[in-house]
Design a protein around this ligand. Structure first.
Ligand SMILES: Nc1ncnc2c1ncn2[C@@H]1O[C@H](COP(=O)(O)OP(=O)(O)OP(=O)(O)O)[C@@H](O)[C@H]1O
Length: 494
């Protein structure tokens, strides 16, 4: 079964859109906050910088006139602060990177835990998983404490250098006064100017910190201001990418697919409305990889796929827009908590009434009439209050309701009972009258009902209807015999 990076039925399309909107809103809020911060920043920094320059100038003039030797103390402090900050910045970057890594690591494990819960429980890995999760959280806690400690340490060093500098200057002035080089009044004036200058300097350290934090956001804002056409050009790009015409036919021409090595080579096939197409072959022969390629998720090695005079591409824009026209459904789809109709209307082009009419026509979801709440019955978390076959009927119905042009059904009836599998197979046949439908299957009944089968054997596809493949392909005949034996065994077991 294919597991696409981000696509799980139409749920993930919704999540992606939602994510996109959330990202935009977060971006706008970030920019607005940056503008407010920038406003208060300028309100503070300009007076502070003016004061810093004037006090500094006055301090230097008085020192040069009254006590030239004292000049090295403030300079030395500043040099020490600069060097210290540079050394700490390196350490800080490392600490921050470790902190972010531990956060990402923990997040990834959480997502694995969340999405793969069933597998984790089924393989009795839940205890080990929770121990791993505990270790990651502990690591994250340690990293957070390390970053906080680093920040405190930085502040302490900064304060030590500044207040130490003020103290050393005071000592030097008292020494000068005691020796009679300076009057008490001169010493007090120099001390006040020096202390004031250092305190303002300390404040400007905070400004540098704010500026550093703001700079990526400001770059973004200024880039937007500079790029006068940014919005319209983005809009234009999206329009072009969105412009995927209705798929009336898919032509696969001399296609090779695979990863490091090819799995299927020189495949040429044409899929049209009005026929049910099946893709079959031994496990590992590359069926799911071909599905990924047809969903624009996995780049082909050679050859091309075209549709309505256009070429299928594998860039992110195309991939996103392709989902407007094409859909993939696997054997374990996800149902949302809510009612049956909520799930069906989730990505539907039709309203409730129209949808129920279509399902009657397709012979889908008739089990609903025996439920007390009918279409309003709750399905439970991931449809747990329904049987696997009923769940699959709803998932199939949801795909039909989404009204796409091209459907790939990957082993959708492999985990369900004979009766529900029959209902779905009939609905697939019905759907193939109006849409391009490709099913990935090894079931005899599905293969018999298909108008054309591409059977993958030794990296090549043998294409034809069921009877002709039985005659001409020994591997296909072998697969069918295996299936017969399996069916016979199942009947005897029952
Ligand atoms: N992302 C990947 N990177 C490298 N190899 C992969 C990747 N995904 C699958 N493969 C390998 O490619 C081969 C074909 O996998 P694929 O899932 O396409 O086969 P399949 O015919 O659908 O099998 P099944 O019927 O068992 O689902 C397998 O050997 C598999 O290990």
């Amino acid at each position: 079964m294919v597991k696409f990076g981000y696509q799980r039925d139409s749920k993930s399309v919704y999540l992606r859109k939602n994510n996109f909107n959330q990202k935009i809103s977060a971006l706008i809020q970030r920019d607005l906050k940056a503008i407010t911060d920038l406003n208060s920043f300028y309100a503070l920094i300009v007076p502070t910088l003016i004061k810093l320059s004037l006090t500094g100038l006055l301090l230097i003039i008085f020192i040069i006139i009254w006590q030239p030797l004292a000049i090295f103390i403030p300079f030395l402090s500043i040099i020490l602060i600069g060097l210290g900050m540079m050394a700490l910045a390196k350490h800080g970057d490392k600490e921050n990177a470790r902190y972010i890594n531990s956060f990402v690591h923990m997040g990834e494990r959480f997502l694995d835990d969340f999405f793969e819960m069933n597998a984790i429980i089924m393989y009795r890995r839940d205890r080990a998983f929770s121990a791993d999760f505990h270790r990651d959280s502990e690591n994250f806690r340690k990293r957070t404490m390390a970053v906080l400690a680093y920040q405190l340490q930085t502040l302490n060093i900064l304060d030590f250098a500044i207040y130490g500098g003020i103290g050393a200057f005071a000592l030097f002035l008292s020494f000068g006064t005691a020796q009679g080089n300076l009057s008490v009044v001169q010493a007090i004036i120099l001390f006040v100017l020096d202390a004031d200058w250092f305190i303002e300097f300390r404040k400007s350290g905070y400004f540098i910190h704010v500026m550093k934090q703001l700079s990526p956001t400001l770059k973004h804002i200024f880039a937007q201001i500079d790029d006068k056409n940014s919005f319209s050009s983005q809009k234009k790009q999206r329009t072009i990418a969105n412009d995927i015409p209705k798929i009336l036919e898919i032509t696969i021409n001399n296609l090779s697919i695979g990863y490091d090595k090819p799995l299927i080579t020189q495949l040429s096939w044409s899929l049209k409305i009005g026929h049910l197409y099946a893709l079959s072959g031994q496990s590992g022969s590359g069926k799911s990889t071909l599905a990924k390629t047809l969903m624009a998720q996995q780049k082909s090695l050679a050859g091309e796929i075209s549709f309505s005079d256009k070429k299928l591409r594998f860039d992110a824009n195309f991939r996103h827009d392709w989902l407007k026209r094409a859909i993939y459904l696997g054997s374990e789809p996800y149902l949302f908590s809510g009612s049956i109709i909520d799930n069906l209307l989730f990505a539907s082009k039709y309203d409730r009434k129209e949808l129920i009419k279509i399902f009657d026509k397709f012979g889908l979801c008739s089990f609903v009439s025996s439920l007390p709440g009918q279409y309003d019955s709750q399905v439970g978390e991931n449809g747990k209050w329904l049987s696997p076959g009923q769940r699959q009927q709803i998932a199939f119905g949801r795909a039909v309701a989404a009204d796409k042009n091209f459907y790939i059904f990957d082993e959708v009836t492999s985990n369900i009972d004979h009766e529900n599998a029959g209902i779905i197979l009939r609905a697939m046949k019905r759907l193939a009258k109006e849409k391009i439908v490709l099913i990935i299957t090894h079931k005899i009944e599905d293969l018999k009902q298909s108008d054309q089968i591409a059977f993958i054997t030794e990296k090549k596809a043998v294409i034809g209807p069921y009877e002709s493949l039985l005659k001409n392909s020994p591997s296909f005949k072998n697969l069918i015999n295996q299936q017969f034996l399996l069916l016979k065994g199942n009947k005897q077991d029952a």
